[in-house]
Structure formats: C-alpha cells, structure tokens
Design a binder for this molecule. Structure first.
Ligand SMILES: O=P(O)(O)OC[C@H]1O[C@@H](O)[C@H](O)[C@@H](O)[C@@H]1O
Length: 302
C-alpha cells in the first residue's frame, strides 16, 4: 500500500487510501466533491459534489469483506452479465460451466490495482486495472481497465476491454449503478418510450415500452436503445448518458425478492433502483483479436 500512498501524495494529494473493514478504499476529498472507490471490484461507493448527498445508493448493512460484492454504488459486472446461462451462445462459448459460473462475472470481487491518479482544481481522475483477468471457468484472454473521472458537477466511468488473444471473443458486461430515491413510487425513467425490452420475469418475452418506466412491483428488464436517460426522483433529475452501450438493465427487487438479498433491508427497495449501463443479451460485444471496446457512462444533474 505504501507504493499507492507515494503515488497519490505526488499525483493526487486529495486522495488517501484507508481501510474499510477488510477492504482498501480510495477516499477522494477534493474541495469541490468527494468520492469513495474500493480497490476490490473497482467499485465506486460514493460520489457527491461538496454539500450534496451521495448520487449513489449504498446499503446501510453493507459488508466490507474480501471476496464479497457490496450492495450499492457501481459494481462492475465483467466479463459476463447476470446469470451466465442466460447469456448468448457466443458468450457462453467462453464459459467452461455456465451453471457453476458466478453471477455477473468475477471482476466485481477481485482486487484491482491503481495504475494512475491525477488531480487539478477541477477534476480527479483515477485509473484502475485488473491484473488477474483469468478465472478457472473463463476461457478467453481479455484485459480490462476502469477510469473514474470526478468533477464538481459530474461523474463518469469508462470500462475499456482489450482482446489480448488470437481469436475473436464475445463478452457481456454492465456498470450496475444503484441510484437513491426518496420514494420508489414517485420515481420515473424517461428515454425508452417506444423501445423494446426483454421482460426477464415473464420468460424473457420481448415487449415494447410505452411512455416512462415507473416502479409498481419487481422489475428486472433489459432495455435496448442508446438514448440519454433521465432518472426522475422526487428530489432530483439525473441524466445518464452512455457510449459503447445499446442496452440498459432496470432493476428493483421489490418486496419478496428483497427478503432473499444479502446486505439489503426489507424496505430498502423503496429507496433505490438500478439502471445498469450494459452490453447485455443481443448487445453483447464481439472483439476481434487485438481490438478494444470502450463502455462509458456519465452522470450529470439538472
Ligand atoms: O444480487 P446480485 O448478484 O448483485 O444481482 C442483483 C441483480 O442484478 C441485476 O442486474 C439482475 O438483473 C437481477 O436479476 C439481479 O438480482
């Protein structure tokens, strides 16, 4: 950890590395904003402009344990999204035993390394790399890097994947963002009117969205489209724009599923929702040997 501290002292003095339970957390305390980024999973837990509440939801019962993804912030799902068995054949082709494969890939519980840090009066930029991209069940040679950029009025995450192998590789992924709301019943997502989605709770039927998305029960859908989305909660409107993604997963576990989730109180579903910037289902990425794919999300508020 002393290497990290030395790098931070010179390149980005507003970042310090501190323990949270068993995990190392990069704490950004810039005069204009703050952020907390775990090295495990390259998981961003918190971002807020000075004087504001966090733009990300994080469970009150979150567990800072090695090998366990935390419930909240932005877990990175890579190199497959969700249940491996539900991925397209091209992705499953690289997974030795999809039945046994962990949900959402393996990157979210691995330790990432600090590659670069930079700050000036306006922004802080942190780049993390995943040193060990191998997994007993994953049969492809991809490399991945994550860049986080914080300013007084925005946060962006870029996930860049490179095919280091000699043949094409298909993979799926998501920036699994948990957003806060003061009232899920008065929360809407605007931008997918007229677009198609897969209703995973009804046998993955393909349907068409009419108007805004609202929440009145368990929600677990994969939307297709590449619009800038507006996330409208009673207190805020947050704009979510992306690049390199043509799908977004909208998720809320609602009452019954909440009872089965780790690090999640029975009534937490009322105060959170996920909109995941993804390359999922039909939108999985195929990378030729040597090629790179860049997935990017940007959050701003009106
Ligand atoms: O509990 P996990 O593994 O973090 O997954 C949470 C949710 O993640 C979403 O992306 C999936 O669509 C849901 O089906 C899943 O329940």
């Amino acid at each position: 950890m002393s290497d990290i501290s030395t790098l931070l002292k010179t390149a980005a003095p507003s970042i310090s590395v501190n323990k949270r339970g068993e995990l190392d957390c990069l704490e950004v305390r810039h005069p204009a904003f703050s952020a907390d980024l775990l090295l495990q999973g390259a998981q961003l837990l918190h971002y807020a402009p000075a004087g504001e509440e966090s733009w990300l939801w994080l469970s009150d019962s979150v567990e800072y344990k090695q090998g366990t993804s935390l419930r909240g912030g932005i877990p990175l799902c890579w190199p497959w999204f969700g249940n491996a068995t539900m991925n397209p054949d091209a992705v499953k082709h690289h997974i030795a035993d999809a039945e046994q494969a962990p949900a959402h890939g393996f990157a979210r519980t691995r330790i990432w390394s600090l590659a670069e840090a930079y700050e000036d009066n306006d922004e802080v930029v942190i780049t993390l790399t995943l040193d060990d991209c191998q997994h007993p069940l994953w049969q492809a040679d991809l490399a991945v890097e994550a860049e986080f950029r914080f300013t007084a009025s925005s946060v962006s995450v870029v996930l860049a994947t490179t095919n280091k192998g000699e043949t094409a590789v298909s993979f799926s992924q998501a920036l699994h963002t948990y957003f806060p709301t003061s009232d899920i019943h008065n929360t809407r997502i605007s931008g997918f009117d007229g677009e198609s989605y897969l209703e995973t709770l009804e046998g993955w039927q393909r349907k068409t969205q009419q108007g805004d998305i609202s929440f009145g029960g368990e929600t677990d859908r994969i939307y297709f489209g590449e619009e800038t989305l507006s996330l409208i909660t009673p207190k805020h409107t947050t704009d979510l724009s992306c690049q390199g993604s043509h799908s977004a997963v909208v998720w809320n576990p609602w009452i019954e599923k909440s009872l089965r989730l780790s690090q999640f109180a029975a009534d937490d579903y009322q105060r959170m929702f996920c909109v995941e910037t993804a390359n999922a289902a039909d939108d999985a990425v195929t990378l030729a040997a040597g090629d790179e794919h860049v997935l990017c999300m940007l959050l701003t508020r009106r």
